[in-house]
Design a protein around this ligand. Structure first.
Ligand SMILES: C[S@@+](CC[C@H](N)C(=O)[O-])C[C@H]1O[C@@H](n2cnc3c(N)ncnc32)[C@H](O)[C@@H]1O
Length: 290
């Protein structure tokens, strides 16, 4: 199912306008590989006919949303990149727990969470190493644009291949049960996460002021103005002592000078500049007051 130039240009514009996803010239193969199976599933004889249908619609509908969903890259794994989780375990969480001792509250947002391995890694790590948090109000909100990945995340069922990627054996035994060929997360961990659909370029819900924001390996797909806008919006919610986690190939450098990179253990994470954090979260547009 080879794609015509006009159809490719249409998909590029659709992905950019609806999800901020930039598809460079040369990504025709990716569009063919991802939309071809969807076209078939939707009953179209060719990819051209499928895209023709998308183009003929005057308003964005379910078919467009399913197409955008199919175009997303959902690569993830448990404890991805290892070092950020070590930094959390060794320094960041102990420090946050000391700082938040008066309110006994932690608010965490895991944006673009894909199939859930990232927020579940966080929940397992907290359960394993910080039992004192059992009596705290800890919220972990995990969001993604894709309905397809959120369904997997909410179910919390993983293949052998998926649990083999990054999950320590001791965690597998302790936090999962095996059902046929799938590993199911135990309710104690599942119930720690609230999953919700959220497109990062659309309005955000009212967040509580956030101690930790994970937004890893998603802005890599966005253009510079979109990255700047998202980083600015996160600033309005991140607490002065809070931390922003990006993917290893991502940075705030040359995008937003109000963040500073901090090396914790062997991970690079981001905090608000002291001048910026002095005012946070006053003036916040999407944060609920403390
Ligand atoms: C490569 S995965 C990253 C998963 C996880 N954060 C990690 O680092 O392992 C990127 C995720 O971003 C989501 N995504 C892409 N565009 C988005 C948008 N505009 N709003 C919200 N999520 C988006 C995709 O659906 C996908 O699940």
């Amino acid at each position: 199912m080879a794609i015509s130039k006009a159809d490719f240009d249409y998909i590029v514009q659709l992905a950019q306008s609806q999800a901020a996803i930039v598809l460079e010239p040369g990504k025709e193969y990716l569009v063919e590989n991802r939309l071809g199976p969807l076209a078939e599933l939707e009953g179209f004889a060719t990819l051209g006919k499928f895209i023709g249908k998308l183009r003929s619609e005057t308003v964005i509908n379910g078919l467009h949303h399913r197409s955008i969903d199919a175009l997303t890259t959902n690569e993830t794994s448990f404890f991805r990149d290892f070092h950020p989780f070590e930094a959390l375990r060794k320094q960041i969480l102990p420090q946050l727990i000391a700082q938040r001792a008066a309110t006994r509250q932690l608010n965490i947002w895991c944006a673009a969470c894909s199939t859930g391995q990232e927020p579940y890694s966080l929940a397992m790590l907290m359960h394993e190493h910080f039992p004192e948090l059992k009596d705290w109000k800890v919220t972990i909100l995990a969001t993604d644009l894709s309905a397809k990945v959120l369904k997997v995340a909410v179910a919390g069922h993983y293949s052998q291949f998926e649990v083999n990627r990054g999950l320590p054996a001791a965690y597998l035994i302790k936090y999962f049960t095996k059902h046929a060929d799938r590993w199911h997360l135990k309710p104690a961990i599942k119930k720690a996460i609230q999953f919700q659909a959220l497109n990062l370029i659309q309005p955000w819900p009212m967040f509580p002021p956030l101690d930790l924001v994970f937004i890893r390996n998603v802005m890599i797909y966005f253009d510079v103005p979109t990255k700047k806008t998202i980083l600015k919006r996160i600033r309005t919610c991140l607490l002065p002592h809070g931390y922003l986690f990006l993917g290893t190939a991502e940075t705030t450098m040359n995008l937003d000078p109000e963040y500073r990179a901090v090396t914790v253990d062997r991970a690079v994470v981001y905090q608000l500049q002291p001048s910026e954090s002095a005012g946070t979260p006053a003036g916040a547009s999407v944060c609920e007051p403390l």
